[in-house]
Design a protein around this ligand. Sequence first.
Ligand code: NAD
Ligand code: TYD
Length: 350
Amino acid sequence: MNKNILITGGAGFIGSHVVRLFVNNYPDYNIINLDSLTYAGNLKNLTDIEGKSNYKFIKADICDYDSIKSIIINNEITHVIHLAAESHVDRSIKDPFSFAQTNIMGTLSLLQAAKEYWNGDFSNKLFYHISTDEVYGSLGESGFFTEETKYDPHSPYSASKASSDHFVRAFGDTYGLPVILSNCSNNYGPYQFPEKLIPLFINNIVNNKPLPVYGKGENVRDWLYVVDHARAIDTIFHKGKLKETYNIGGFNEWKNIDLIKVLIKVADRLLGREEGTSEKLISYVQDRAGHDLRYAIDATKIKDELEWEPSLQFEEGIEKTIQWYLENKEWLENITSGDYQKYYSEMYQK
Ligand code: NAD
Ligand code: TYD
């Protein structure tokens, strides 16, 4: 059956991988990438597919209900994959309003526009909302987040994502909108904006700049290669059950400081430096406010019910990622030459 798929946030990190996968793998689907191109959106992430006949880009803000509704009507949208969001915890601590605006009001505007256009005819329709494991809060030394874990967000970012998840479920329950959600752990890989841990540290290692480790570096995250997340989204889109939630994770937990040492080891090797040279760049700085100790996903449901599993081992993924940043210096320089300097000096007082 014909599918006209609106992918929001498709010029961002994860969104660009999802757009690429759908455009390349499904020539019969029409893919409409809607993105307002904030600091995190970059059409250079998609140069390899921009000429394809099943792909179209539209610049629009998800908070602008009238525009969103016209775009959905004019493109006869049957499916929405919603990734557009403000996504960085540190920015949410400095400016919570923009997170509430985009993540909550923007999601609401998309839900309402889809509901109005579909007008009760939900056959061959889907609203798929992409969320994060951070809505579940923080774990102690043991245990995992399952789909039944109670929401307990701590940062303005995770609070805004939790709220958007509630709105999506509420539209499913109240209006019968065909919704699916997934909550994923930390992603890494090509095209990630260098404000997040892994690309920021790769960039600083290359440039011999300090590596700002928050607190004691003992916080734990579960890391997943971004292409594996895009594969999971593809699987859930095609095989997921309506109204269900799927947790996506890498079965790959790392204490920050241990992960940083792996990054340094692989980067030093690829840069032709003696092993461990860049360890001297490690610099412990003030901890993030409200810093969650540990995230860990139990991804059994998606594995057992939809037969999805991560395809890459972490060391392989990290090597591919560092290699990509080394080979795409121009992409990185374009980003780090503008407003990024201002963000960086305000954030890290450097
Ligand atoms: P990102 O910040 O790299 O990209 C977000 C994209 O959304 C950008 O292209 C930006 O221009 C666009 N956008 C922002 N506000 C918009 C608006 N008002 N209207 C239209 N477009 C707008 O984020 P990401 O890391 O790719 O994350 C994508 C989604 O996945 C988010 O919903 C995030 O919560 C979720 N997620 C991210 C991770 C992760 O590790 N990065 C993990 C789990 C879930
Ligand atoms: P981040 O990439 O911001 O993802 P999230 O906060 O969504 O998990 O950070 C990953 C971990 O790395 C988190 O525990 C915070 C830590 N961190 C640092 O120690 N230094 C940094 O400069 C950054 C950006 C993150």
